[in-house]
Design a protein around this ligand. Structure first.
Ligand code: ATR
Length: 296
């Protein structure tokens, strides 16, 4: 693509941003869809988010993604905020709107679309959610908003799970999230569960760890979805697969959060064919050619 006087710029603010895969997502889509757009990472120092957003406005950037550690801090810099992002309290996408930016959380819509693309539903599902940190809290909202029947939220620290469950149940007006101490998982009633792994356990370099090891837990899991994609196949995923379940990593969530941001910025619909092409490039970048679900 030729960069010229009409090229629009999108970017990522965060710290650090060096290892991001987002440029692959947006620059591949721009190339395939014929949009005159470039996407670049912008490292932003602590305490300078408001300046960065004001600068983006002044430079008329088409949109921004926001990553760690600024997803909450950036909210104060917005003109408008989408309802789901407001409830979650985290924004990862800024879209130009009359003299400022509107904030969205495409991480969660991205997770939902990734699940749908694999044929996984949340509507009416019994879910086991591992973790009660920032990521798991957002997933808890998504589960309730999308109509999950019951979510067992397991966490090492029970108080944190309790606090998140109380907040999500109260804000959504539904009593869906049940907090539980991780080691009490055997108290979950027998059944077939979708398990979502939202802790940081298993993340490289500590790839030989899973937050639960017991066979009796994995026997209840028919599908496991790990938010981690580095390593490509986490120990949690291997345990799910070893007990006959299907296991997915978090790369499609990353893909679709980007696809949705791209759609918001450009007012377009990205086809599944284009999304798949982006996914293939992301996998290549990670040195992966085999799909973990091929073995399930
Ligand atoms: P994120 O923003 O990625 O969600 P976080 O808010 O720091 O990160 O949350 C990390 C999650 O991983 C928490 O649920 C944490 O459990 P605690 O609330 O008990 O701290 C969980 N976690 C991290 N290390 C863990 C470990 N070694 N064993 C069990 N859970 C762990």
């Amino acid at each position: 693509m030729e960069i010229n006087g009409r090229t629009r710029t999108c970017g990522l603010i965060g710290n650090p941003v060096e290892h991001t895969l987002s440029p692959i997502i947006h620059n591949t889509l721009a190339e395939r869809m014929g949009h005159n757009l470039v996407y670049v990472p912008f490292p932003v120092e602590e305490g300078r988010v408001a300046e960065a957003v004001a600068g983006a406005r002044a430079l008329h950037l088409l949109g921004l993604n926001v990553t760690v550690p600024y997803k909450s801090e950036v909210i104060a810099c917005l003109r408008e905020i989408d309802a789901l992002a407001q409830n979650i309290g985290a924004v990862n996408t800024l879209v130009e709107c009359g003299g400022g930016y509107k904030g969205y959380n495409t991480d969660m819509e991205g997770l939902y679309r990734a699940m749908r693309s694999e044929g996984i539903r949340l509507e009416g599902e019994s879910v086991i959610l591992l973790g009660a940190g920032g990521a798991a809290r957002a997933v808890a909202y998504l589960c309730v908003v999308k109509g999950a029947e019951r979510v067992w939220m397991l966490n090492r620290t029970l108080e944190k799970a309790r606090a998140v469950a109380d907040e999500v149940n109260e804000k959504t007006g539904r009593d869906v999230i049940c907090p539980m101490r991780m080691e009490d998982h055997h108290e979950i009633p027998a059944g077939r569960y979708l398990a979502i792994q939202g802790t940081s356990v298993g993340l490289a370099p500590r790839t030989e760890e899973a937050v639960i090891e017991d066979d009796s837990f994995y026997e209840k899991v028919y599908t496991g979805f790990d938010l981690i994609y580095n390593p490509w196949e986490t120990r949690f995923m291997r345990l799910v697969a070893a007990h006959g379940g299907r296991a997915y990593n978090g790369l499609k969530m990353l893909l679709y959060q980007g696809v949705i941001a791209y759609e918001l910025w450009n007012g377009v619909q990205v086809s599944e064919e284009d999304a798949q092409a982006v996914y293939d490039r992301m996998r290549e970048r990670l040195g992966q050619t085999e799909n973990p679900t091929d073995r399930a």
